[in-house]
Design a protein. Structure first.
Length: 370
């Protein structure tokens, strides 16, 4: 028991949370946060180094006697900013953004090293400020930021010992070690708090976007996700609109609780039969909508719908002895690289096909355009 608790504490101290699976689930949110912070921080770093470069040309103080060092740091910061804006995308460039952020951090540490060691007797004030501020700018597992702090801290102290007089080195040693310990605990606590916040936000989003009866997406969540998917020119597939045949008579004959049982298990069967890349939504009542992505033609769609229908009929036949369960389906196909209607028009096409299926005897799939 004690070993499990120690392991749990160590995981939280190193990863920021106890469950590594939960960390995987919130990675898109972490990536989006780091993307925004990298854009802001790289622009801020450029502004700071640009101003210092201008001051250094005036020769106002000995600290700024080498302007080209600061010009180089300003160029690196601007390069990182431009790369972030034009090469990375929020939520999908997690690792590249993270590595670039650490490069920006090293630029900040280099600034602290330059002002605290290269100029000899000056104290390590700037380096200590960087040691406290830089790890808190991004969101990542604490162990990485802490490890970088250890490496740059040891490097700074070795250089300070090599360059400075013993009295100045002793002062650096006490200050750097003291503030390193403070920064270590601040960084770890801050990363754990951020990850807990992201986890709570993810839980709230799931609860908001999930239909409580079926586990499918709500109408708003389905429409939002589908419209985002359709913005990509490479997106292709089909949109299915379906409902349970004669559902009103089921409600009238067996009651609303049995009607809810039919709706709930229809939704769950649809989720079980669809792929993780497909979107399954409930639009209210017994109406469901599915977005299937991939290279699909009429034959493939008809096979998929037939498999869905068989699975649903088998479930209700074996679990309720209800022999008359069936669904009607309307479908519309769309291809990549060709002009296609927007979401609302695609939905209307599939909904009209469903209307045709209902008026053609039910228990069938009608594809728009047939």
């Amino acid at each position: 028991m004690e070993l499990k608790r120690i392991g749990s504490i160590l995981r939280k101290f190193c990863l920021g949370m106890e469950d590594a699976k939960e960390l995987e689930d919130i990675k898109p949110m972490i990536a989006a946060y780091n993307y925004k912070m990298l854009r802001f921080c790289s622009a801020l770093f450029f502004l700071i180094f640009f101003i210092i470069s201008c001051i250094s040309f005036t020769g106002a103080t000995q600290v700024y006697e080498y302007p080209f060092v600061y010009i180089g740091m300003a160029v690196i910061s601007m390069g990182i900013h431009l790369m972030t804006c034009f090469m990375f995308k929020p939520e999908t460039s997690g690792l590249p953004v993270l590595l670039t952020f650490y490069l920006l951090q090293l630029t900040g540490y280099a600034y602290g090293y330059y002002t605290g060691v290269v100029h000899g007797p000056f104290p390590a004030v700037t380096f200590i400020v960087m040691l406290i501020i830089l790890p808190s700018l991004l969101c990542d597992s604490p162990w990485r930021g802490n490890l970088i702090m250890v490496i740059v801290g040891i490097f700074f102290l070795l250089e300070s010992h090599r360059v400075k007089a013993p009295a100045f080195f002793s002062n650096d040693l006490v200050n750097v070690v003291s503030y390193f310990i403070v920064s270590l605990f601040m960084n770890t606590n801050q990363q754990m708090s951020r990850m807990e916040d992201f986890t709570n936000r993810r839980i709230i989003k799931i609860q908001r976007d999930t239909d409580s009866l079926t586990g499918a997406m709500t109408k708003a969540a389905f429409e939002s996700n589908t419209m985002n998917a359709l913005r990509s020119e490479s997106c292709e597939g089909c949109l299915l609109v379906m409902d349970i045949d004669n559902f009103k008579s089921i409600n009238d004959s067996f009651g609303h609780s049995i009607g809810d049982f039919f709706i709930a298990n229809t939704g769950r069967c649809l989720l079980d039969c669809c792929r993780s890349s497909d979107f399954v939504g409930r639009f209210g009542g017994d109406e469901f909508v599915i977005l299937m992505r991939g290279r699909l033609d009429r034959d493939i769609v008809e096979e998929k719908v037939k498999a869905l229908t068989v699975s649903l009929k088998n479930f209700f036949r074996y679990n309720t002895k209800y022999e008359h369960y069936s669904i009607s389906v309307g479908c519309t196909l769309f291809k990549k690289g060709t002009p296609r209607p927007d979401y609302q028009e695609l939905f209307n096409q599939a909904d009209n096909a469903l209307y045709v299926a209902k008026n053609s005897g039910k228990d069938r799939c009608v594809i728009h355009g047939e």
